[in-house]
Design a protein around this ligand. Structure first.
Ligand code: PEP
Length: 256
């Protein structure tokens, strides 16, 4: 299975000059690197989607959006929709990120609506799931992951389920320096596979891509992504430095 390396650039690249520097540096760093078994997805702020998509050459990278509203069009001032971002060149959509769950009340119901809208527009949703530190300390990790997947993906028909990517992002590991052990990540990976096997059958479960996200760096990619058998990484801070994101992609690419 091709590995997926997703860079979540969040609310950064404030100027056109910064954006252009990022893209130039990304392309320069990519030259001569062996990442042929990986798909790299860059998720810039919505305002930069068009220029990122316009710079794609020879499948160097794909583009993803960080958010959408679930309706396609209408009186929703300030919002952008799945068909809009698809039309401008995005292929992927991050949904259910812990920052959106926490700061914008993105509930499992909202995640469900956004995933359906994304699939209808032909986008691949990257659905983030993960427990908070309190959940983990209370022994609720399994319950949280099960409900986030069951409720968030409740309306996805079996014919479309493998278009959804799951990103396991323990909330306490995102933007921090605390990380789970390889075994802890592997346990959650096995749990997610089991949820899909029980709901959609073993063949579907085997095809589902499961990423790890939360403090992935070149120095931690082996422990966090390769050793637990993940299908790639969702990278926040390190994705702002093209050289570091590409290093992570190379390490994961060459682990095969
Ligand atoms: C993220 O925001 O999805 C993320 C994983 O961030 P970081 O890599 O900075 O922990």
């Amino acid at each position: 299975m091709q590995k997926l390396i997703v860079g979540n650039l969040k609310m950064n690249l404030l100027t056109i000059a910064e954006r252009d520097r990022y893209l130039e540096s990304f392309k320069k760093e990519l030259q001569g690197k062996n990442v042929s078994d990986c798909e790299i997805v860059l998720c810039p702020p919505a305002i930069h989607l068009e220029s990122f998509a316009g710079k794609i050459e020879k499948n160097d990278f794909s583009v993803g959006a960080q958010n959408i509203f679930w309706e396609d069009r209408g009186s929703f001032t300030g919002e952008i929709s799945a068909p809009m971002v698809k039309n401008i060149g995005a292929e992927y959509l991050i949904v259910g990120h812990s920052e959106r769950r926490k700061n914008f009340n993105e509930t499992n119901e909202v995640v469900k609506a956004k995933i359906n809208s994304a699939l209808n527009a032909g986008l691949f949703p990257i659905c983030c799931v993960g427990e908070t530190l309190q959940d983990r300390q209370a022994g609720k990790t399994t319950d949280v992951i099960i409900s986030q997947i069951h409720e968030g993906l409740a309306d996805v028909p079996v014919s479309r389920i493998t278009s959804v990517v799951i990103a396991y992002e323990p909330v306490w590991a995102v933007g921090s320096d605390s990380v789970p052990t390889s075994d802890e990540i592997m346990e959650v990976r096995i749990l997610i596979k089991k949820i899909f096997a029980d709901t959609f059958g073993q063949a579907v479960a085997e095809k589902m891509k499961i990423l790890y996200g939360g403090s992935v760096k070149a120095t931690t990619a082996k422990q966090l992504c390769i050793d637990p058998g993940m299908d790639g990484a969702l990278v926040g801070r390190e994705s702002l430095i093209p050289m570091e994101l590409i290093k992570i992609a190379e390490i994961i690419n060459n682990s095969k």
